[in-house]
Write a protein that binds this ligand. Structure first.
Ligand code: NAP
Length: 248
């Protein structure tokens, strides 16, 4: 557990899966939280209660689509109203899997707008308060497929590869203001996103993982919480893989 006493963290897609585990890890360190989600109110309400029970002094739910710049700005303003914005985790993401020949231009664009555009809008909005504080930690969720590619995921992989370049550029641009920016690249993690995979595809995937199992949301959250904390105060522009050895 890391200490986030007196800090405010905003987690996009914080209601389910990896985002919820990240929110809980920050809550356990006593961070106040703004939890973003897109549509599932019941999951968000459950996440809020769990975060309060875990130790978060304040938890605010923020329902909006991260592809909207105005909504991202509003959420940052809500965080600042809680006492600042010390940690931003850009976790909200979607995958619309399709072979290239069948990939619709609108599905390509939607993944760019949410995964890459959403992170851009959030970071842009967060920059001003973080600069004022002279302190901040940003963690972006990329993916193993952003580094190694995957058939049927050209658009998703493009967004996740783009996030790596974005993370390193932001790290260089904001380091002089004591704002760090890193990325975490999960492998095959057991969440709603991967639960629908056909059994044959799941087995094939497992064969390529040296640790021979799926990862857990908690294992990703532990890495994100470390990067978000002062324990990683000399780490910026880094991409940390949490993938069981799937890609080295
Ligand atoms: P998930 O279980 O599908 O949860 C997605 C979360 O993002 C939910 O809270 C969802 O809210 C929210 N969300 C989706 N679209 C949004 C939008 N447009 N605006 C705001 N919030 C939105 O996903 P996950 O598996 O935990 O993945 C989390 C992140 O890790 C993603 O960026 C994903 O690409 C990355 N990742 C996952 C894996 C894996 O194996 N699972 C591997 C590598 C990387 P609602 O529930 O309200 O829709």
């Amino acid at each position: 557990m890391y200490d986030f006493t007196g800090k405010v963290a905003l987690v996009t897609g914080g209601s389910r899966g990896i985002g919820r585990a990240i929110a809980l890890a920050l809550a356990a360190g006593k961070a106040s939280l703004v939890l973003n989600y897109a549509g599932n109110d019941a999951a968000a309400e459950e996440a809020r209660k769990l975060c309060e029970a875990a130790g978060a002094p304040r938890v605010v739910l923020a329902k909006y689509d991260v592809s909207s710049p105005d909504a991202c700005q509003k959420a940052v303003d809500e965080a600042v109203a809680l006492g600042g914005l010390h940690v931003l985790v850009n976790n909200a993401g979607i995958a619309i899997d399709q072979l290239l020949m069948r990939l619709k231009a609108e599905d390509w664009q939607r993944q760019l707008d949410v995964n890459l555009g959403g992170t851009f809008h959030m970071v842009k909005a967060a920059t001003r308060p973080m600069m004022k504080q002279k302190q901040g930690s940003i963690v972006n969720l990329t993916s193993v497929v952003g580094e190694m590619g995957n058939a049927g995921q050209a658009a998703y992989a493009a967004t996740k590869a783009g996030l790596i370049g974005f993370t390193k550029s932001v790290a260089r641009e904001l380091a002089s203001r004591n704002i760090r920016c890193n990325a975490v690249a999960p492998g095959f993690i057991d969440t709603d996103m991967t639960r629908d995979l056909p059994e044959a595809a799941r087995q094939k995937m497992l064969e390529n993982i040296p640790l021979a199992r799926l990862g857990t949301a908690q294992e990703v959250a532990d890495c994100v919480a470390w990067l978000a904390s002062e324990k990683a105060s000399y780490v910026t522009g880094e991409v940390i893989r949490v993938n069981g050895g799937m890609y080295m």
